[in-house]
Design a protein around this ligand. Structure first.
Ligand code: BG6
Ligand code: MG
Length: 215
């Protein structure tokens, strides 16, 4: 039986994916990459900031030093964080608040498991900060999804055995990370066709509605 649900953040709880895409595209264009696409952006889902930068730099014909890469990642993050200034409760995806309340009413714990180092800021701005029993994010980990570190850290913080945790993810890397950690993997949205997912649903809202009929 599932004792905890670990939610990915970007693309599962909040709509910040589009803001990541916009900031990466601006950076790509600034360094002469004109053809940075949504398909490229799909490969950035779930992975760390530096791994996401590598997806951009693959499209460049020049080499970048580690110092330049660090500066580019900081440049993108500055643009991204600026775009987060307008973030509010209305950017929480449909069904998220309801689903969290639902699982809590069943005695199931809730946690966040996100690659993003901006997780605390985003949770605060969207009114989600006090909804979770634990938060594990890019600030707590060194390895990027598909490594299970971020989810195993969440399970540890919750005090729940990983095999009693379900992960909700919108990225293939995140689904792989959940399975590598021995967890049940629920794919939503963009991860709907992730081959390793245990189940797939269109959105958190449709998952909540499916639960609600058994309540
Ligand atoms: C993940 C996003 O949640 O966080 C990735 O899906 C992003 O696209 C990663 O690169 C790291 O985010 P941040 O906010 O630390 O740059
Ligand atoms: Mg995500």
């Amino acid at each position: 039986m599932v004792k905890a649900v670990i939610f990915d953040l970007d693309g599962v709880l909040v709509t910040t994916d589009e803001l990541h895409f916009a900031a990466w595209k601006t950076l790509a264009e600034r360094i002469g990459i004109k053809n940075f696409t949504r398909a490229d952006n799909a490969r950035q889902r779930g992975v760390s900031r530096m791994a996401s930068l590598e997806v951009v730099l693959e499209k460049s014909d020049r080499e970048f030093s580690d110092e330049e890469k660090t500066a580019l990642a900081e440049e993108k993050n500055k643009m991204y964080v600026e775009s987060l200034s307008a973030l509010s409760r209305s950017d929480v995806l449909p069904g998220a608040f309801e689903f969290i309340e639902y699982i809590k009413s069943k005695g199931i714990k809730a946690a966040v498991g996100s690659a993003s180092k901006n997780t605390p800021l985003i949770l605060e701005k969207t009114g989600l900060a006090d909804k979770f029993d634990a938060v594990s994010c890019g600030l707590d980990t060194v390895r990027s999804k598909p490594d299970p570190e971020v989810f195993l850290t969440a399970a540890k913080k919750l005090g729940v055995d990983p095999c009693r945790c379900a992960v909700i993810e919108d990225s293939n890397a995140g689904i792989e990370a959940a399975k590598a950690g021995g967890m049940y993997a629920v794919a939503v949205g963009a991860a709907e066709h992730a081959p390793k997912a245990d189940i797939s649903v269109g959105s958190l809202e449709s998952l909540y509605k499916a639960m609600d009929i058994f309540a």
